[in-house]
Design a protein around this ligand. Sequence first.
Ligand code: HEM
Length: 457
Amino acid sequence: MTTVTLPPGPPAPRLVQGAFLLAAPQYGMRRLRARYGDAFTVNVPVFGRAVVISNPADIKQLFLAGPEVADNLERNLGRVLGPGSMFALAGEEHRRQRRLLVPPFHGRRLAAYEKIVEDETVRELASWPEGRAFATLPSMMRITLNAILRAVFGAEGTEFAELRRLLPPFVVLGSRLAVLPVPRAGWGRWNPWARFRAMRSDYDAVVARLIARAEGSAPGERDDVLSLMLRSRYDDGSRMSHGDIADQLLTLLTAGHETTATTLAWAVERLRRHPEVLRRLTGEVDAGGAAYRAATIIEVQRSRPVIDTVGRQVRAGSLRLGRWTLPRGCPVLVSISLIHGDESVFPNARAFDPSRFLGAKPDLYQWIPFGGGTRRCLGAAFATMEMDVVLRTMLRDFSLVPTRARGERWHSRGVASAPANGGRAVVHRRRAPHAAPPEAATTASRTGQEDRCAGHV
Ligand code: HEM
């Protein structure tokens, strides 16, 4: 029989530990690591007793363990995104689904989406005020939402406008409900689950129209992810069901919209506080280069990872991890912020220094903003392309005014953590706006969404 040995951890009651980590996640994790070492056990609501790890060797071992040893946490967004969502799937089902979804997000395909991202950026930045402070996060949220709706959902016109209105509040509500139990009865008027279901049925109706339109298009006419999903086949020749496609589209949006936007807002926040980096980046954009920008994006994600932890659950009888033996069912939380802030892994970790990644690819078990292993972020290449295009366009058309203000604090928005003041910027236009392509159907709904986004900051 295997003896379970869990790393040490605080003795405080579950609710107290939960409140502490909820109130100050990064600070709380740093304190616990300083007290107990790079592996410790917490006892928190939702997960119960969970082991937190932050040592590169343990992280590598966990990420490389097969799904039969450690797979996704049972409590995750899959509960609200639907049974076909990547987050809801495990083992063979997850592998099967990933094989269909990986190709649309890589290589040649991404180049086709660059134009969409640049057009959306130019259109959004056209409304930036000059010479007065404003939060950039709402703009970044609109750019990344619109880019996903067009590149992934293939939405235009009425469906585009409807999804822009429907999806942001739907995702916010879903991420809040993801950790709450579903009540057995009583779908009363004030029940948030009832509201969520009504939104889901509106969403399904719009997606059904998008699917019908994509199915009616000529072969080769479209290259959005929805069309690629409809054309793809599993190994046995069968197709994805329409229900699974709807769940996956919602998953891609939930996973990809806010994460990319908050990282971009952090990029603005960091660049304004590092004028020498900003100068070098602007010079590189003017000269048509990209290497320092790529390194800067990596450093923003290292120093300000918008997802703080990724989780796995032990599926084997037990899992030996470093000195510890974890029992079946034990949740394991990989702390991204702890490893990214570890001086022995990233010397001078508190400094914002893109040159640490210049000409050097990060180690994928130490630099882990996209998680790792068989569940590593499916949209990592898409997100990197998007952030690159947005920053390039912004630096080409605007100069960011540096500031000596203190760095913005972290603010959790549910899915991702954003700069608390929304990545405030003061900008001046460097050149006349590029002509943004007309988008008649989207302009009408722009104001409504702007208000909602601003409300979160
Ligand atoms: C800066 C932006 C992004 C960040 C920081 C981010 C981060 C993450 C993280 C930490 C995970 C969990 C990985 C793990 O458990 O090991 C994940 C999973 C995922 N992400 Fe992203 N993500 C970003 C953008 C995107 C985009 C743009 C998309 C798609 C359009 C996307 C789609 C997904 C999907 C589908 C999964 C689930 C993968 C699976 O379970 O196999 N993400 N992401």
